[in-house]
Design a protein around this ligand. Structure first.
Ligand SMILES: [Zn+2]
Length: 173
């Protein structure tokens, strides 16, 4: 398992719901959390490891042990708007301001199969919205302010060029 980078096609696909929470899903969640922390991220969605299921890991504090796996998460209510800078593990070196709802109520199933409902604001609200977007095939550059979409264009193109070059090469041994 590895984190895939833009323009990997799975980043633009909609992930399917997880229908059964068993050991395989729990193992996948552990591996995703390992990858996320190794990359110093605070959120990671199934699409980003080319596993098109509705599972995300979030850890707004960035502290190992505080991460939560959200199975089939959904936003139930959203209010207000806040603009803040975001990055994404699938877009290295690309940062831009993204408007998001300031406060949300959301629901998910945890890895024990329990349904959890939470209210969030600040970074937690932002991370959850960013990750649910991933599950719907939406990446953060699509949500950026027009000015930041413009100013990050070059960096995004450069990333596309590097990925094309890497794909063109023979596999390294
Ligand atoms: Zn992301």
């Amino acid at each position: 398992m590895e984190i895939v980078l833009h323009p990997h096609p799975d980043l633009r696909r909609r992930a399917r719901p997880v229908d059964k929470i068993g050991d395989a899903v729990r193992q996948t969640a552990r591996e995703m959390a390992d990858l996320m922390f190794a990359a110093r991220g605070i959120g990671l969605a199934g699409n980003q490891v080319a596993w098109l299921r509705r599972l995300v890991i979030v850890c707004p504090s960035g502290e190992r042990g505080a991460e939560r796996a959200l199975v089939n998460p959904e936003v139930l209510a959203a209010e207000g708007e806040e603009i803040a800078e975001e990055g994404c593990l699938s877009f290295p070196l690309v940062y831009g301001r993204v408007p998001r709802a300031a406060r949300i109520r959301y629901r998910y199933t945890d890895l024990e199969g329990k349904i959890v409902e939470r209210e969030a604001e600040g970074l937690e609200a932002r991370v959850v919205q960013h990750e649910i977007d991933h599950l719907d095939g939406i990446v953060f550059t699509m949500r950026m302010t027009p000015a930041d979409q413009f100013s990050t264009r070059k960096a995004v193109r450069e990333l596309e060029r590097l990925c094309r070059e890497r794909r063109g090469r023979e596999p390294a041994l």
